[in-house]
Design a protein around this ligand. Sequence first.
Ligand code: GLU
Length: 441
Amino acid sequence: MTTTRFAPSPTGYIHVGNLRTALFNFMIARKAGGTFILRIDDTDPVRSEQKYVDAIQRDMEWLGLTWDRVERQSDRMDRYAETADILREMGRFYEAFETPVELDLKRKKQLNMGKPPVYDRSALALLDTEKAALRAERGQGVWRYKLDQERIEWTDGILGDISIDAASVSDPVLIRGDGQVLYTLASIVDDTDMGVTHVVRGSDHVTNTATQIQMIRAIGGTVPDFAHHSLLTGPQGESLSKRLGTLALRDLREAGVQPMALLSLLARLGSSQPVELRTSMEELIEGFDISQFGSAPTKFDADDLYPLTARYNHTLALADVVDRIAGLGIPADQAARFWDVARENITVLSDLSEWAELAQNGADPLIDAGDEDFIAQAMAMLPSGPYTDATWGEWTSAVKDATGRKGKALFMPLRKAVTGRERGPDMAALMPLLQVIKAKA
Ligand code: GLU
Protein backbone atom coordinates (compact mmCIF):
# COMPACT_ATOMS: atom_id res chain seq x y z
CA MET A 1 0.00 0.00 0.00
CA THR A 2 1.19 3.48 -0.84
CA THR A 3 2.39 5.32 2.23
CA THR A 4 3.90 8.79 2.21
CA ARG A 5 4.87 11.24 4.87
CA PHE A 6 5.43 14.93 5.33
CA ALA A 7 8.22 15.37 7.85
CA PRO A 8 8.65 18.96 9.00
CA SER A 9 10.95 19.91 11.85
CA PRO A 10 8.92 21.99 14.29
CA THR A 11 11.55 24.69 14.53
CA GLY A 12 9.63 27.38 12.68
CA TYR A 13 6.48 28.14 10.73
CA ILE A 14 6.01 26.34 7.45
CA HIS A 15 6.29 28.28 4.23
CA VAL A 16 5.45 27.78 0.58
CA GLY A 17 8.57 25.69 0.00
CA ASN A 18 7.55 23.20 2.70
CA LEU A 19 4.00 23.25 1.43
CA ARG A 20 5.12 21.99 -1.94
CA THR A 21 6.71 18.98 -0.25
CA ALA A 22 3.63 18.38 1.90
CA LEU A 23 1.26 18.71 -1.02
CA PHE A 24 3.13 16.32 -3.32
CA ASN A 25 3.31 13.64 -0.66
CA PHE A 26 -0.32 14.20 0.25
CA MET A 27 -1.48 13.94 -3.34
CA ILE A 28 0.50 10.78 -4.04
CA ALA A 29 -1.08 9.08 -1.04
CA ARG A 30 -4.59 10.29 -1.80
CA LYS A 31 -4.42 9.48 -5.48
CA ALA A 32 -3.41 5.92 -4.63
CA GLY A 33 -5.92 5.60 -1.79
CA GLY A 34 -2.96 5.15 0.55
CA THR A 35 -1.81 6.57 3.85
CA PHE A 36 -0.42 10.03 4.50
CA ILE A 37 1.56 10.44 7.70
CA LEU A 38 2.39 13.73 9.35
CA ARG A 39 5.77 13.03 10.91
CA ILE A 40 7.10 15.58 13.34
CA ASP A 41 10.90 15.53 13.15
CA ASP A 42 11.54 16.77 16.66
CA THR A 43 14.75 15.04 17.67
CA ASP A 44 16.31 18.43 18.41
CA PRO A 45 14.91 19.24 21.86
CA VAL A 46 16.34 22.73 21.91
CA ARG A 47 14.97 24.03 18.65
CA SER A 48 11.71 22.06 18.49
CA GLU A 49 8.70 23.79 20.01
CA GLN A 50 5.12 22.68 20.56
CA LYS A 51 3.85 26.00 19.27
CA TYR A 52 5.33 25.15 15.87
CA VAL A 53 3.75 21.69 15.92
CA ASP A 54 0.40 23.37 16.56
CA ALA A 55 1.03 25.94 13.85
CA ILE A 56 1.99 23.27 11.29
CA GLN A 57 -1.21 21.36 12.02
CA ARG A 58 -3.28 24.52 11.85
CA ASP A 59 -1.76 25.43 8.48
CA MET A 60 -2.37 21.97 7.08
CA GLU A 61 -5.95 21.92 8.35
CA TRP A 62 -6.55 25.28 6.77
CA LEU A 63 -5.41 23.84 3.45
CA GLY A 64 -7.35 20.61 3.82
CA LEU A 65 -4.19 18.48 3.81
CA THR A 66 -5.60 15.87 6.13
CA TRP A 67 -3.25 13.27 7.56
CA ASP A 68 -4.10 9.74 8.60
CA ARG A 69 -1.90 9.81 11.65
CA VAL A 70 0.77 11.82 13.41
CA GLU A 71 4.11 10.34 14.41
CA ARG A 72 6.58 12.15 16.60
CA GLN A 73 10.22 11.24 16.49
CA SER A 74 10.64 12.22 20.13
CA ASP A 75 8.34 9.28 21.00
CA ARG A 76 10.55 6.84 19.13
CA MET A 77 13.94 7.36 20.74
CA ASP A 78 14.10 3.73 21.86
CA ARG A 79 13.82 2.52 18.29
CA TYR A 80 16.65 4.80 17.20
CA ALA A 81 18.84 3.59 20.07
CA GLU A 82 18.11 -0.04 19.18
CA THR A 83 18.98 0.55 15.54
CA ALA A 84 22.15 2.40 16.51
CA ASP A 85 23.17 -0.64 18.56
CA ILE A 86 22.56 -2.94 15.63
CA LEU A 87 24.63 -0.76 13.31
CA ARG A 88 27.36 -0.52 15.93
CA GLU A 89 27.48 -4.30 16.23
CA MET A 90 27.64 -4.56 12.46
CA GLY A 91 30.73 -2.36 12.57
CA ARG A 92 29.03 0.43 10.70
CA PHE A 93 29.48 3.02 13.41
CA TYR A 94 32.66 4.70 14.49
CA GLU A 95 33.34 7.41 16.99
CA ALA A 96 35.05 10.62 15.88
CA PHE A 97 36.29 13.49 17.96
CA GLU A 98 37.13 16.38 15.65
CA THR A 99 35.81 19.73 16.76
CA PRO A 100 33.81 21.82 14.29
CA VAL A 101 36.83 24.10 13.93
CA GLU A 102 39.11 21.19 13.08
CA LEU A 103 36.64 19.86 10.54
CA ASP A 104 36.38 23.26 8.98
CA LEU A 105 40.13 23.50 8.69
CA LYS A 106 40.31 20.09 7.03
CA ARG A 107 37.65 21.10 4.55
CA LYS A 108 39.47 24.30 3.69
CA LYS A 109 42.71 22.45 3.14
CA GLN A 110 41.01 19.94 0.85
CA LEU A 111 39.34 22.69 -1.13
CA ASN A 112 42.65 24.53 -1.48
CA MET A 113 44.16 21.37 -2.91
CA GLY A 114 41.26 21.07 -5.33
CA LYS A 115 39.83 18.04 -3.55
CA PRO A 116 36.19 17.50 -2.56
CA PRO A 117 35.66 18.35 1.14
CA VAL A 118 34.92 14.83 2.27
CA TYR A 119 35.60 13.68 5.83
CA ASP A 120 38.98 11.90 5.75
CA ARG A 121 38.00 9.11 8.16
CA SER A 122 41.03 9.72 10.34
CA ALA A 123 38.99 8.67 13.36
CA LEU A 124 38.94 5.14 11.96
CA ALA A 125 42.67 4.90 12.64
CA LEU A 126 42.40 5.87 16.31
CA LEU A 127 43.60 3.29 18.81
CA ASP A 128 41.41 2.55 21.82
CA THR A 129 43.88 4.33 24.08
CA GLU A 130 43.78 7.41 21.86
CA LYS A 131 40.01 7.37 21.88
CA ALA A 132 39.96 7.11 25.65
CA ALA A 133 42.32 10.05 25.90
CA LEU A 134 40.22 12.12 23.51
CA ARG A 135 37.06 11.19 25.36
CA ALA A 136 38.62 12.27 28.64
CA GLU A 137 39.68 15.55 27.08
CA ARG A 138 36.67 16.36 24.87
CA GLY A 139 33.79 14.23 26.11
CA GLN A 140 31.89 11.70 23.99
CA GLY A 141 32.61 11.77 20.29
CA VAL A 142 30.08 11.81 17.50
CA TRP A 143 29.03 8.56 15.81
CA ARG A 144 29.55 8.40 12.10
CA TYR A 145 28.14 5.86 9.71
CA LYS A 146 30.83 4.16 7.64
CA LEU A 147 29.57 4.26 4.09
CA ASP A 148 30.42 1.53 1.64
CA GLN A 149 32.38 3.33 -1.00
CA GLU A 150 30.36 2.22 -3.95
CA ARG A 151 28.11 3.98 -6.43
CA ILE A 152 24.62 4.49 -5.09
CA GLU A 153 21.98 4.54 -7.78
CA TRP A 154 18.28 5.09 -8.02
CA THR A 155 15.70 6.22 -10.51
CA ASP A 156 14.33 9.44 -9.17
CA GLY A 157 10.66 10.23 -9.79
CA ILE A 158 11.61 13.70 -11.00
CA LEU A 159 15.34 13.75 -11.68
CA GLY A 160 15.54 10.44 -13.51
CA ASP A 161 18.56 8.15 -13.12
CA ILE A 162 20.90 9.27 -10.38
CA SER A 163 24.26 7.80 -9.54
CA ILE A 164 26.31 9.10 -6.64
CA ASP A 165 29.76 7.92 -5.68
CA ALA A 166 29.65 7.32 -1.94
CA ALA A 167 33.37 8.07 -1.80
CA SER A 168 32.49 11.69 -2.58
CA VAL A 169 30.22 11.92 0.46
CA SER A 170 31.32 12.31 4.07
CA ASP A 171 30.35 9.53 6.44
CA PRO A 172 27.24 11.03 8.00
CA VAL A 173 27.12 11.83 11.69
CA LEU A 174 24.12 10.01 13.09
CA ILE A 175 24.50 10.68 16.80
CA ARG A 176 25.98 13.76 18.36
CA GLY A 177 28.39 13.81 21.28
CA ASP A 178 25.57 14.73 23.65
CA GLY A 179 23.63 11.66 22.50
CA GLN A 180 21.19 13.52 20.30
CA VAL A 181 20.02 11.35 17.43
CA LEU A 182 20.21 13.18 14.14
CA TYR A 183 17.58 13.29 11.45
CA THR A 184 19.26 10.86 9.07
CA LEU A 185 19.17 7.96 11.51
CA ALA A 186 15.68 8.76 12.76
CA SER A 187 14.42 9.12 9.22
CA ILE A 188 15.65 5.76 7.93
CA VAL A 189 14.27 3.98 10.98
CA ASP A 190 10.90 5.68 10.57
CA ASP A 191 10.66 5.18 6.83
CA THR A 192 11.43 1.51 7.34
CA ASP A 193 9.20 0.89 10.38
CA MET A 194 6.29 2.85 8.91
CA GLY A 195 6.44 1.18 5.53
CA VAL A 196 6.92 4.43 3.65
CA THR A 197 6.77 3.64 -0.06
CA HIS A 198 7.32 7.08 -1.62
CA VAL A 199 9.41 10.00 -0.43
CA VAL A 200 9.17 13.35 -2.14
CA ARG A 201 11.40 16.09 -0.79
CA GLY A 202 13.49 19.02 -1.92
CA SER A 203 16.52 18.56 -4.15
CA ASP A 204 18.67 19.76 -1.24
CA HIS A 205 18.21 16.21 0.08
CA VAL A 206 19.69 14.34 -2.89
CA THR A 207 22.97 13.52 -1.14
CA ASN A 208 21.10 12.50 2.01
CA THR A 209 19.09 10.14 -0.10
CA ALA A 210 22.22 8.41 -1.37
CA THR A 211 23.42 7.74 2.16
CA GLN A 212 19.96 6.82 3.39
CA ILE A 213 19.54 4.23 0.65
CA GLN A 214 22.68 2.48 1.88
CA MET A 215 21.58 2.66 5.48
CA ILE A 216 18.05 1.43 4.76
CA ARG A 217 19.56 -1.58 3.02
CA ALA A 218 21.94 -2.15 5.94
CA ILE A 219 19.06 -2.38 8.41
CA GLY A 220 17.11 -4.66 6.10
CA GLY A 221 14.48 -2.11 5.06
CA THR A 222 12.85 -1.62 1.68
CA VAL A 223 14.09 1.43 -0.15
CA PRO A 224 11.18 3.76 -0.98
CA ASP A 225 10.73 5.43 -4.37
CA PHE A 226 12.41 8.81 -4.12
CA ALA A 227 11.57 12.00 -5.98
CA HIS A 228 13.33 15.30 -5.43
CA HIS A 229 11.53 18.44 -6.45
CA SER A 230 13.38 21.58 -7.41
CA LEU A 231 13.60 24.38 -4.88
CA LEU A 232 11.44 27.45 -5.20
CA THR A 233 13.07 30.76 -5.93
CA GLY A 234 11.65 34.26 -5.90
CA PRO A 235 10.35 35.79 -9.14
CA GLN A 236 13.84 36.93 -10.19
CA GLY A 237 15.43 33.61 -9.37
CA GLU A 238 16.65 34.85 -6.00
CA SER A 239 16.77 32.49 -3.06
CA LEU A 240 13.39 32.25 -1.43
CA SER A 241 14.79 32.05 2.05
CA LYS A 242 15.43 35.80 2.05
CA ARG A 243 11.74 36.37 1.70
CA LEU A 244 10.41 33.58 3.84
CA GLY A 245 9.12 36.04 6.38
CA THR A 246 6.37 37.06 4.00
CA LEU A 247 5.71 33.60 2.67
CA ALA A 248 4.85 31.70 5.82
CA LEU A 249 1.51 30.01 5.28
CA ARG A 250 0.02 31.72 8.30
CA ASP A 251 0.84 35.11 6.76
CA LEU A 252 -0.77 34.15 3.47
CA ARG A 253 -3.84 33.03 5.39
CA GLU A 254 -3.90 36.36 7.24
CA ALA A 255 -3.60 38.17 3.93
CA GLY A 256 -6.76 36.45 2.73
CA VAL A 257 -5.23 34.03 0.23
CA GLN A 258 -7.68 31.20 -0.44
CA PRO A 259 -6.42 27.65 0.20
CA MET A 260 -7.51 26.43 -3.23
CA ALA A 261 -5.68 29.32 -4.89
CA LEU A 262 -2.47 28.42 -3.09
CA LEU A 263 -2.87 24.71 -3.74
CA SER A 264 -3.79 25.23 -7.40
CA LEU A 265 -0.61 27.19 -7.94
CA LEU A 266 1.75 24.93 -6.03
CA ALA A 267 0.34 21.69 -7.39
CA ARG A 268 1.27 22.70 -10.94
CA LEU A 269 4.05 25.28 -10.75
CA GLY A 270 7.25 23.82 -12.16
CA SER A 271 5.40 21.15 -14.13
CA SER A 272 4.46 20.96 -17.77
CA GLN A 273 0.82 21.49 -16.87
CA PRO A 274 -0.69 24.98 -16.84
CA VAL A 275 -1.73 26.62 -13.58
CA GLU A 276 -5.50 26.78 -13.48
CA LEU A 277 -7.76 27.47 -10.58
CA ARG A 278 -9.21 24.26 -9.20
CA THR A 279 -12.05 24.61 -6.77
CA SER A 280 -11.84 21.15 -5.23
CA MET A 281 -9.06 19.00 -3.88
CA GLU A 282 -10.39 16.01 -5.87
CA GLU A 283 -9.83 17.83 -9.15
CA LEU A 284 -6.34 18.84 -8.09
CA ILE A 285 -5.40 15.29 -7.11
CA GLU A 286 -6.94 13.87 -10.26
CA GLY A 287 -4.63 15.89 -12.50
CA PHE A 288 -1.48 15.48 -10.40
CA ASP A 289 1.43 13.62 -11.94
CA ILE A 290 4.86 13.84 -10.34
CA SER A 291 6.61 12.83 -13.54
CA GLN A 292 5.53 16.10 -15.16
CA PHE A 293 7.73 18.17 -12.87
CA GLY A 294 11.08 19.44 -14.03
CA SER A 295 14.38 19.70 -12.23
CA ALA A 296 15.02 23.40 -12.91
CA PRO A 297 14.51 25.82 -10.01
CA THR A 298 10.90 26.92 -9.92
CA LYS A 299 10.05 30.61 -9.78
CA PHE A 300 7.39 31.49 -7.31
CA ASP A 301 5.71 34.88 -7.17
CA ALA A 302 3.33 35.42 -4.29
CA ASP A 303 1.53 38.04 -6.38
CA ASP A 304 0.20 35.21 -8.56
CA LEU A 305 -1.87 34.05 -5.61
CA TYR A 306 -4.15 37.06 -5.71
CA PRO A 307 -5.77 36.73 -9.15
CA LEU A 308 -6.41 33.06 -8.32
CA THR A 309 -7.84 34.05 -4.95
CA ALA A 310 -10.09 36.62 -6.63
CA ARG A 311 -11.29 34.02 -9.11
CA TYR A 312 -12.02 31.60 -6.30
CA ASN A 313 -13.89 34.23 -4.32
CA HIS A 314 -16.02 35.11 -7.31
CA THR A 315 -17.29 31.54 -7.35
CA LEU A 316 -18.52 31.62 -3.74
CA ALA A 317 -22.22 31.41 -2.98
CA LEU A 318 -23.98 33.81 -0.67
CA ALA A 319 -24.16 31.09 1.98
CA ASP A 320 -20.34 31.01 2.09
CA VAL A 321 -20.08 34.68 2.93
CA VAL A 322 -23.37 35.55 4.60
CA ASP A 323 -21.90 35.63 8.11
CA ARG A 324 -19.08 37.85 7.04
CA ILE A 325 -21.51 40.21 5.33
CA ALA A 326 -23.72 40.34 8.42
CA GLY A 327 -20.61 41.08 10.46
CA LEU A 328 -20.05 44.15 8.32
CA GLY A 329 -23.43 45.51 9.38
CA ILE A 330 -25.24 44.92 6.10
CA PRO A 331 -28.94 44.22 6.84
CA ALA A 332 -29.96 40.62 6.16
CA ASP A 333 -32.46 41.59 3.47
CA GLN A 334 -29.70 43.35 1.54
CA ALA A 335 -27.06 40.63 1.86
CA ALA A 336 -27.83 38.94 -1.47
CA ARG A 337 -27.71 42.20 -3.37
CA PHE A 338 -24.58 43.27 -1.54
CA TRP A 339 -22.78 40.05 -2.48
CA ASP A 340 -23.93 40.29 -6.10
CA VAL A 341 -22.70 43.83 -6.34
CA ALA A 342 -19.42 43.39 -4.50
CA ARG A 343 -18.20 39.91 -5.52
CA GLU A 344 -16.65 40.92 -8.83
CA ASN A 345 -14.98 43.88 -7.17
CA ILE A 346 -12.94 42.17 -4.52
CA THR A 347 -9.68 40.27 -4.46
CA VAL A 348 -9.67 38.99 -0.89
CA LEU A 349 -12.83 38.72 1.18
CA SER A 350 -11.71 41.43 3.55
CA ASP A 351 -12.09 43.82 0.61
CA LEU A 352 -15.83 43.50 1.22
CA SER A 353 -15.45 45.94 4.07
CA GLU A 354 -14.56 48.62 1.57
CA TRP A 355 -17.93 48.22 -0.15
CA ALA A 356 -19.79 47.97 3.17
CA GLU A 357 -18.15 51.21 4.22
CA LEU A 358 -19.28 52.85 0.99
CA ALA A 359 -22.84 51.59 1.44
CA GLN A 360 -23.08 52.75 5.03
CA ASN A 361 -21.02 55.92 5.18
CA GLY A 362 -20.56 57.02 1.59
CA ALA A 363 -17.27 58.11 0.11
CA ASP A 364 -15.56 61.44 -0.34
CA PRO A 365 -16.58 62.48 -3.84
CA LEU A 366 -13.98 62.52 -6.56
CA ILE A 367 -14.68 65.57 -8.72
CA ASP A 368 -12.46 66.58 -11.63
CA ALA A 369 -11.51 70.23 -11.98
CA GLY A 370 -14.16 71.89 -14.11
CA ASP A 371 -16.86 69.39 -13.14
CA GLU A 372 -17.90 71.13 -9.91
CA ASP A 373 -20.95 72.87 -11.35
CA PHE A 374 -22.04 69.82 -13.26
CA ILE A 375 -21.91 67.69 -10.12
CA ALA A 376 -23.72 70.32 -8.03
CA GLN A 377 -26.46 70.49 -10.65
CA ALA A 378 -26.72 66.69 -10.88
CA MET A 379 -26.79 66.23 -7.11
CA ALA A 380 -29.62 68.68 -6.82
CA MET A 381 -31.59 66.42 -9.14
CA LEU A 382 -30.92 63.23 -7.17
CA PRO A 383 -33.94 62.43 -4.98
CA SER A 384 -33.34 61.39 -1.39
CA GLY A 385 -33.17 57.66 -0.75
CA PRO A 386 -33.96 54.90 -0.30
CA TYR A 387 -33.06 54.17 -3.85
CA THR A 388 -34.34 51.46 -6.14
CA ASP A 389 -33.08 49.59 -9.16
CA ALA A 390 -34.61 52.33 -11.28
CA THR A 391 -32.93 55.26 -9.55
CA TRP A 392 -29.66 55.32 -11.48
CA GLY A 393 -31.37 55.10 -14.89
CA GLU A 394 -33.96 57.75 -14.06
CA TRP A 395 -31.45 60.09 -12.51
CA THR A 396 -28.84 59.87 -15.24
CA SER A 397 -31.40 60.40 -18.00
CA ALA A 398 -32.76 63.44 -16.19
CA VAL A 399 -29.19 64.80 -15.81
CA LYS A 400 -28.54 64.05 -19.47
CA ASP A 401 -31.62 66.00 -20.52
CA ALA A 402 -30.71 68.92 -18.28
CA THR A 403 -27.02 69.17 -19.20
CA GLY A 404 -26.71 67.62 -22.64
CA ARG A 405 -23.91 65.33 -21.42
CA LYS A 406 -23.94 61.74 -22.49
CA GLY A 407 -21.93 58.52 -22.51
CA LYS A 408 -18.76 58.42 -20.47
CA ALA A 409 -18.77 62.18 -19.89
CA LEU A 410 -22.10 61.77 -18.15
CA PHE A 411 -21.63 58.50 -16.26
CA MET A 412 -18.03 58.66 -15.12
CA PRO A 413 -18.20 61.95 -13.19
CA LEU A 414 -21.39 60.76 -11.50
CA ARG A 415 -19.85 57.42 -10.55
CA LYS A 416 -16.79 59.23 -9.13
CA ALA A 417 -18.91 61.72 -7.21
CA VAL A 418 -21.13 59.02 -5.70
CA THR A 419 -18.53 56.33 -4.96
CA GLY A 420 -15.27 58.27 -4.79
CA ARG A 421 -13.79 55.74 -7.24
CA GLU A 422 -13.32 55.35 -10.94
CA ARG A 423 -14.23 51.72 -10.94
CA GLY A 424 -16.67 49.52 -9.14
CA PRO A 425 -19.93 47.66 -9.35
CA ASP A 426 -22.74 48.28 -11.75
CA MET A 427 -24.20 51.61 -10.55
CA ALA A 428 -27.84 50.66 -11.08
CA ALA A 429 -27.39 47.66 -8.80
CA LEU A 430 -25.29 49.60 -6.31
CA MET A 431 -27.63 52.55 -5.77
CA PRO A 432 -30.20 50.71 -3.62
CA LEU A 433 -27.42 49.78 -1.17
CA LEU A 434 -26.22 53.33 -0.66
CA GLN A 435 -27.39 54.90 2.55
CA VAL A 436 -25.19 57.98 2.35
CA ILE A 437 -24.04 59.93 -0.69
CA LYS A 438 -21.63 62.52 0.60
CA ALA A 439 -21.62 64.56 -2.61
CA LYS A 440 -25.30 65.22 -2.07
CA ALA A 441 -24.82 66.80 1.35
N1 GLU B 1 12.78 17.04 8.67
C1 GLU B 1 13.39 16.95 7.39
C2 GLU B 1 13.33 18.30 6.71
O1 GLU B 1 12.46 19.07 7.04
C3 GLU B 1 12.65 15.93 6.56
C4 GLU B 1 13.30 15.60 5.26
C5 GLU B 1 12.69 14.34 4.70
O2 GLU B 1 11.64 14.46 4.06
O3 GLU B 1 13.21 13.27 4.91
O4 GLU B 1 14.17 18.62 5.90
